[in-house]
Design a protein around this ligand. Structure first.
Ligand code: C2E
Ligand code: CA
Ligand code: CA
Ligand code: CA
Length: 278
């Protein structure tokens, strides 16, 4: 019994150490990546489900490190939120995405969605100033930027948050609630803040074809969004049947591998040009 206990303890201990070590390495290499231009933004098309046309893109960060290989954004973003590097990552994502989207306006009047971490909103004034400065510098029309935040931001009791989000909307910048349905679920915030879009999380879209409960849930979310004057984006559409169902429910926009995976800027640009000609 004693031996078993000791073995399981040391096993637990060694996996724990492996995790700690990986996190230390990610933190270290992420600093290197920022300083040496090793991060890249990819772009996933946002599709108008009624017309099938590209009407925008979501910018998603990619990092392949020489030592660690490909590191998923879910993993390094979480660590960057803890060590403060998220501010630099966020600036990079915003600047790159706005620069590209400004250039792509010559091809199509597309929108660009950029993900923001709740941590970036701890200093609302600085963030707002940053967003305005980047829009000015890149020349992207304000109405073409879509600021994506998650429900976790709504937990914050900051009184400044409310006026900052209102100011964003006042300037004509779009504001989306991401991963809807997976986080903090008091719905009152949907009325409190003037969101323009609601993104239904992939978890609900995944089983639309098989699962009656998920179908009802998605129907209800779309109906609620319409009642609140929000546009709806369905995330993670992989099958035509899912797209057809969402289209029948009058869901305006979709994103997912069915249409395209996130692409490097040059590949997205080609797709945008083709889509515009067809
Ligand atoms: P998210 O904002 O919910 O992004 C959508 C994720 O779903 C992306 O994963 C995308 O590649 C993936 N996806 C899109 N369509 C499909 C599909 O049809 N099937 C499946 N299985 N997946 C699909 P990714 O790029 O790995 O990003 C993961 C998360 O990392 C993002 O979730 C976001 O929370 C975070 N993230 C990525 N880039 C940034 C960034 O620049 N800033 C911040 N703050 N977070 C970011
Ligand atoms: Ca997102
Ligand atoms: Ca999402
Ligand atoms: Ca997510």
């Amino acid at each position: 019994v004693k031996d078993n206990g000791r073995n399981s303890f040391s096993f637990y201990n060694s996996t724990m150490n492996a995790n700690v070590l990986r996190n230390v390495n990610i933190n270290r290499r992420l600093r290197y990546a920022i300083d040496n231009g090793k991060l890249e933004m990819y772009y996933q098309p946002l599709i108008n489900l009624q017309t099938g046309k590209i009407c925008g893109a979501e910018a998603l960060m990619r990092w392949t490190d020489e030592e660690l290989g490909f590191v998923p954004p879910d993993e390094f973003i979480l660590l960057a939120e803890r060590n403060g590097l998220i501010h630099q990552l966020g600036d990079f994502a915003l600047t790159q995405a706005c620069q590209q989207a400004a250039k792509w306006q010559a091809i199509s009047p597309m929108q660009i969605a950029v993900n923001f971490s709740s941590v970036q909103f701890r200093d609302c004034h600085a963030l707002l100033a940053k967003i305005i400065a980047v829009l000015d510098k890149t020349g992207l029309p304000k109405s073409k930027l879509d600021v994506e935040v998650t429900e976790s931001l709504m937990i914050s009791q900051e009184s400044e948050l409310s006026s900052m989000l209102a100011e964003l909307r006042h300037l004509g910048i779009q504001l989306s609630i991401d991963d809807f349905g997976t986080g903090y679920s008091a719905l009152s915030y949907l009325q409190k803040y003037a969101f323009s879009k609601l993104k239904i999380d992939r978890a609900f879209v995944m089983n639309l074809s098989e699962n009656e409960a998920d179908r009802s849930l998605v129907k209800a979310i779309i109906a609620m969004a319409k009642a609140l004057n929000l546009k709806v984006v369905a995330e993670g559409i992989e099958e035509q049947a899912q797209a057809d169902f969402l289209k029948r429910l009058d869901c305006e926009y979709g994103q997912g591998y069915l249409f395209s995976k996130p692409l490097p800027a040059d590949e997205f640009e080609k797709l945008l040009i083709e889509d515009n000609l067809s």
